[in-house]
Design a protein around this ligand. Structure first.
Ligand SMILES: Nc1ncnc2c1ncn2[C@@H]1O[C@H](COP(=O)(O)OP(=O)(O)OP(=O)(O)O)[C@@H](O)[C@H]1O
Length: 642
């Protein structure tokens, strides 16, 4: 194995991994806002210690005195010290804001995360409830609460937090929906992490920026509402010091003494501004961070694998897929996989081949129990090590996934969460699949990185995903996949995103891991070179069906389906320099347009009228060879025109 080149550091992406708090503090606006809020909160919290006077004490000899050495901000109409009242009033105001924001977060964060991540019924119910809550007139509810719990600002603020939560819930749901599409979230699921672990570790951090922004804007609005309520004497009754009450006192004597309005007015305005600005700063910093992070999104795929033939699963096989059909949910289900079937023996490498859209990925995902949310298995069986697994619920499947069956994808970089160091990502999987803790985890992480032949694993473990090369990222993804010592590894085009030299290294690595661990591999690929290199058997898929199954050697010599033959002829490996690639005319029909009869007929030069008249049965040609073609005898007899 050749040594991997040292990856060039990519400084532009460093920001992506800097802590959000540190990034906020580094921005001048952020530093000023945070400093202001910290000083204000501390001053109000320490009011009993630092306020110069009792906020209720009346100094009748100094009524409306204006700022002076004795009363820094002056006094009100009863001679009470404005600074002391401001500090004490701030305690109840800021406490009220805290109560509302905490309520908001308690209600909105879990609901939004679960609605976005789980989708389905929970999402629909949560969204309907949110719509109802949003349509409720807030001020009426607050007045009702205050009339029931007289002068209880805490009750009003909790009610306000609940009423405000639907907005934040929808924002978080949107972020969670987007995060759910990230490859690294899928990868975490594939590695066997529980849903809670995936949500807390990979989805929640993606929503963190949105949560902070919305919470700080909500704090600004809450302060305004609360001041309004205390202004109307609906909060703590006089003579208690409140910011709204101070504004009300000042307003009543505004014509005689305008100054009294300045201390509470400026404090309220600055505090509202600070909360609002904090949200802005967090938004800007988050935008920079995510602009720097890898933007790869998981592409939605419509897959259709197949294999038909023997109705009974082979009991001596590690994996036996039989008549597996997958369709979309909903009123008009759309069939995406049609009676797919194939077997994989322990330690065997099977290539799943076909053009884009033929259903390879869907098959792979059905095997590992992670179909897209809108798809489900409608019939057939997936038998793993003798037990049917197609009906297992997610909890039961998680015991298999990452442990006995693992998967790696074609975009390793996108499968690694950019916010965590490599060591931490691998450790997370090790903890989940091995149940070990402490120093043993680090030792296993290094062992795994060594197994995938990463030079200087200690150093690589400390790097972030953007600081390693694509080839090294794929090695890390393989290390995570083999952490649970799987018996079956599904590799979905593991080398597509890599350059040729690195492709060869990764294939070598897969081959050597397979030999060391007797691990079976289902290799999804477009590349006949890869098939020839590592696969013992080939399953060819077209438009949601398996059209041919054959030992690798035989498929190259004598393809038993016109589609396989056309695929081979269109492969660059079969084209000589200066020769045109023999592209297959037309394209794979989408599941909406699958024709009756042979789905390849419109592109096939051997097609005859009988080919389009009805479903084509799978023919057993010889030991290990199946073909879904009526003209297979002609094809194998060499009468084909090309
Ligand atoms: N969630 C989905 N809902 C509806 N159709 C889907 C969904 N995912 C995939 N499909 C459809 O299923 C078919 C097979 O898709 P699949 O991704 O399995 O193909 P593939 O052979 O793996 O292609 P590629 O090599 O491009 O990944 C496509 O027609 C695709 O549009």
């Amino acid at each position: 194995m050749t040594t991997l080149p040292e990856p060039a550091p990519r400084p532009a992406a460093d920001a992506a991994n800097t802590g959000l708090v540190r990034s906020v503090l580094r921005s001048p606006r952020g530093a000023i806002v945070v400093a202001f809020l910290v000083v204000l909160i501390l001053a109000c919290a320490l009011a009993p210690l630092i306020a110069p006077y009792d906020p209720l004490a009346q100094h009748l000899s100094a009524v409306r005195s204006g700022p002076s050495g004795r009363y820094w901000l002056g006094t009100d109409s009863l001679g009470r010290d404005l600074l002391s009242r401001l500090l004490h009033g701030g305690r109840s105001s800021l406490l009220g804001v805290l109560e509302a924001v905490v309520t908001l977060l308690i209600v909105a964060v879990p609901t939004g995360l679960l609605a976005g991540y789980l989708g389905g019924t929970f999402d629909r119910i949560a969204m309907r409830v949110a719509e109802v809550v949003m349509s409720v007139p807030v001020i009426i509810i607050l007045l009702a609460v205050l009339s029931i719990f007289e002068h209880s600002m805490t009750s009003a603020m909790i009610a306000f937090g609940v009423l405000g939560s639907s907005g934040l819930m929808r924002v978080i749901r949107g972020s969670a929906l987007a995060a759910r599409e990230e490859l690294y979230v899928t990868a975490a699921e594939l590695m066997g992490l529980s849903r809670l672990q995936v949500v807390v570790r990979h989805v929640l951090p993606r929503c963190r920026g949105a949560i902070i922004i919305q919470a700080s804007l909500f704090a600004a609005v809450t302060l305004g509402v609360q001041t309004g309520l205390t202004f109307l004497s609906l909060g703590p009754p006089p003579p208690a010091a409140t910011w709204g009450g101070m504004v009300a006192d000042a307003a009543s004597v505004f014509n005689q003494d305008a100054w009294m309005l300045v201390p509470p007015g400026v404090t309220i305005a600055l505090t509202v501004l600070a909360f609002g600005l904090l949200g802005d700063v967090v938004r800007d910093v988050s935008a920079e961070k995510y602009a720097a992070a890898p933007a790869a999104r998981r592409k939605r795929r419509s897959g259709t694998p197949d294999t038909a033939g023997r109705p009974e699963p082979a009991t001596d096989m590690l994996l036996s897929v039989r008549d597996l059909s997958v369709a979309t949910d909903g009123g008009r289900p759309l069939r995406l996989l049609d009676a797919v079937g194939f077997d994989i023996a322990a330690g065997e490498t099977v290539g799943l081949v076909g053009e884009s859209g033929s259903g390879k990925t869907m098959t792979a995902r059905a095997v590992i129990g992670l179909l897209p949310g809108n798809c489900r298995i409608t019939s057939g069986q997936v038998v793993f090590d003798g037990s049917p697994v197609q009906d297992l619920d997610q909890r039961a499947f998680r015991k298999l996934r990452g442990r006995r069956i693992a998967m790696i994808s074609q975009e390793p970089m996108a499968a690694l969460d950019p916010s965590f160091r490599i060591g931490s990502l691998v450790a997370e999987v090790v903890r989940a699949v091995d149940g070990i803790k402490g120093k043993a985890v680090h030792a296993r992480v290094i062992e795994l990185l060594r197994m995938v032949e990463i030079p200087d694993p200690e150093a690589v473990a400390r790097r972030f995903p953007h600081q390693i090369s694509g080839g090294m990222a794929q090695r890390v993804a393989i290390a995570m996949a083999i952490a649970g010592r799987p018996e079956l590894l599904i590799a979905d085009e593991p080398t597509t995103a890599l350059d040729v030299t690195v492709q060869a290294e990764i294939l070598d690595l897969l081959r050597s891991l397979q030999q060391q661990n007797n691990m079976a591999i289902l290799l999804v690929t477009h590349d006949w070179g890869v098939v020839a290199d590592v696969c013992t058997k080939v399953v060819v898929m077209y438009a949601g069906q398996v059209v041919e199954t054959a030992p690798t050697g035989e498929v190259f010599d004598r393809p038993a389906h016109p589609y396989t033959r056309a695929l081979l002829l269109s492969s660059p490996e079969n084209t000589h320099v200066g020769e045109r690639i023999q592209a297959i005319p037309g394209s794979v029909p989408t599941p909406q347009r699958w024709p009756a009869g042979c789905r390849f007929a419109s592109r096939c030069d051997l097609a005859q009228p009988g080919c389009t008249e009805g479903a084509i049965p799978v023919k057993d040609i010889s030991e290990g060879r199946l073909s879904r073609c009526l003209r297979v005898d002609t094809l194998l007899g060499g009468e084909a025109r090309r």
